[in-house]
Design a protein around this ligand. Sequence first.
Ligand SMILES: NC(=O)c1ccc[n+]([C@@H]2O[C@H](COP(=O)([O-])OP(=O)(O)OC[C@H]3O[C@@H](n4cnc5c(N)ncnc54)[C@H](OP(=O)(O)O)[C@@H]3O)[C@@H](O)[C@H]2O)c1
Length: 186
Amino acid sequence: MKRNNQESPSVIGHAIVSSNFCIADSQGNMPESLKSETDWNMFQSDLDNSDLIILGRKSFEKYSAPKRFKLVPTSSLSGYLKEEDLIFFNPKDISIRKILTTLDFFPKKIAIAGGRLVYELVFKDFFYTEFHLSIKLNFVMPNGVPILNGVENITQFTQRMTECKMVRTQNIVLDKDTIQVRFQSV
Ligand SMILES: NC(=O)c1ccc[n+]([C@@H]2O[C@H](COP(=O)([O-])OP(=O)(O)OC[C@H]3O[C@@H](n4cnc5c(N)ncnc54)[C@H](OP(=O)(O)O)[C@@H]3O)[C@@H](O)[C@H]2O)c1
């Protein structure tokens, strides 16, 4: 699977964070105050248009996402386990690229739904072509789960994107409390 040509899928990271760049609170839960209806509708619409979603085992258990083909990393098995519309896999044993070769379809569009370890895994083991980051401007989650290791603000997030050759392309106002910042690979 090559990058930047016709054989390469579009891989879009999606997240909504508090103003201190957390995806969940100190208990690992996503509070209502972190949500934005506009962001949620855009996210769901993008998932509906994706051929494949990669999400963590905990998120998978919370949001089963019916009718969408899913890749779910977990350390609880060796290798991978294929079911009708999902594959559990252990990234220590098998890479995302290798898993994709076991599919009987080519995923043109892949959505990365998080959480933190999944965002990190895709940076390390695969790639993003875009990242859609929604930010709740006036909502802080002390001791929450950061979106990426060591990232607490837009400067640090942009730095991580730059390291992966991604540039900020768009700022969209979603509602009075929420903006979405988009990054794209160059
Ligand atoms: N705000 C947002 O945009 C956003 C996005 C996603 C999730 N969330 C919220 O964040 C909370 C949970 O997020 P989370 O980051 O703690 O959990 P998560 O990513 O949903 O799930 C973490 C689990 O996935 C498995 N996993 C992920 N990467 C792995 C790797 N590289 N190798 C092996 N296993 C791996 C592990 O499962 P095992 O324990 O089975 O080994 C790990 O415990 C939930 O409340 C969810 O709603 C928010």
